[in-house]
Design a protein around this ligand. Structure first.
Ligand code: ZN
Length: 321
């Protein structure tokens, strides 16, 4: 019988990534394209199905045994229904699993994208061999996945791990979840841009605004580039972000007393600019033993983390690992 592989799909609000992954976690082939959520649900579903088909045609001599799909938002994993999703407007109470499974000849498993990411890092990434850890993904928003005793903690209704919506500023910036001052409003790529915009009238913001061609051109990437060159305004933005992240991390550590905190997502590419300071802030606020005991590390799987995590969900689902 030929060796088997699975396909992992990482559906994001901005990009759709699809890859073939071996039972050992190696990415055999991958593709990335814009998800174009604005084109509507049928178009995106079709795009996912096409990408799966194209990936399948690229792999020769191996048997496809299942498909895993990571979706941004609150997902009921057993049914595959999207309960809530700020990035997929119009998908609420939509059963994505049924919609796709009808058109696929392989078993399909759905998971929240940050949960899938955590499972991938625990499988062949930074947390391999670690049984108790939490993953935070700092991207457009902030996602979280909690693994306890080697198992993902979904919570009673599938809402667990939403570290991005832990409040770090009681009367802070309103959040799409309905609360105010959530961690996500201060430590995401969009938060960094917002904080830069808020400080635009500060004299020290001039070099950043010049390099971005004005307020509308501001980006997390540009802020990181200038911070690395020693720009004080941009360094200040990252320090502010680090402080809030440290507050959030201290809460996680005091609550869970875990072995490792893995920081992933697009913004983690700039972790050299904020992670050490965030850890310092965390140590000021957490109990000494769990604070000093926890390893705070950047994610290892990079842009393939979502694909590998979704693949893990499929392999686990079919009982291959
Ligand atoms: Zn929130």
């Amino acid at each position: 019988m030929p060796l088997q592989y699975v396909i992992g799909v990482d559906l994001g609000g901005t990009n759709l990534k699809v890859g073939a992954v071996s039972t050992k976690g190696e990415v055999l082939s991958s593709a990335e394209m814009p998800s174009d959520v604005k084109d509507g649900r049928p178009a995106l579903l079709k795009k996912i199905l096409n990408a799966i088909e194209e990936t399948r045609h690229k792999i020769k001599g191996k048997r496809l045994s299942g498909i895993g799909l990571g979706v941004p938002g609150i997902i009921a994993p057993e049914t595959g229904t999207v309960i809530q999703s700020p990035n997929l407007t119009g998908w609420v109470n939509f059963n994505i699993k049924n919609a796709l499974a009808d058109k696929l000849a392989w078993p399909l498993y759905i998971e929240n994208d940050a949960n899938a990411f955590a499972l991938g890092e625990g499988w062949v990434g930074a947390a391999a061999g670690i049984r108790n850890f939490c993953c935070l993904t700092l991207g457009t928003g902030v996602g979280g996945g909690i693994v306890l005793n080697g198992n993902l903690w979904h919570g009673v209704d599938g809402y667990a791990g939403e570290v991005g919506h832990v409040v770090v500023e009681p009367d802070g910036v309103p959040c799409a979840c309905g609360s105010w001052g959530c961690l996500e409003r201060y430590v995401s790529a969009s938060a960094l841009v917002r904080m830069a915009r808020e400080g635009k009238d500060d004299k020290s913001a001039a070099p950043l605004l010049k390099s971005c061609g004005g307020v509308d051109g501001l980006s997390a990437k540009a802020i990181a580039e200038l911070a690395r060159q020693g720009d004080l305004f941009c360094i200040g933005l990252f320090m502010r972000l680090a402080r809030y992240l440290g507050i959030g991390m201290a809460g996680v550590i005091n609550l869970l007393n875990i072995e490792m905190l893995v920081i992933g997502g697009g913004l983690s590419k700039a972790s050299d600019l904020f992670l050490a300071s965030a850890r310092e802030e965390m140590l000021k606020r957490s109990f000494k033993v769990p604070g000093h005991g926890v390893k705070v590390v950047p994610a290892k799987l990079g842009d393939n983390g979502g694909i590998i995590g979704a693949a893990y969900v499929a392999l686990k689902g079919i009982g291959a690992i």
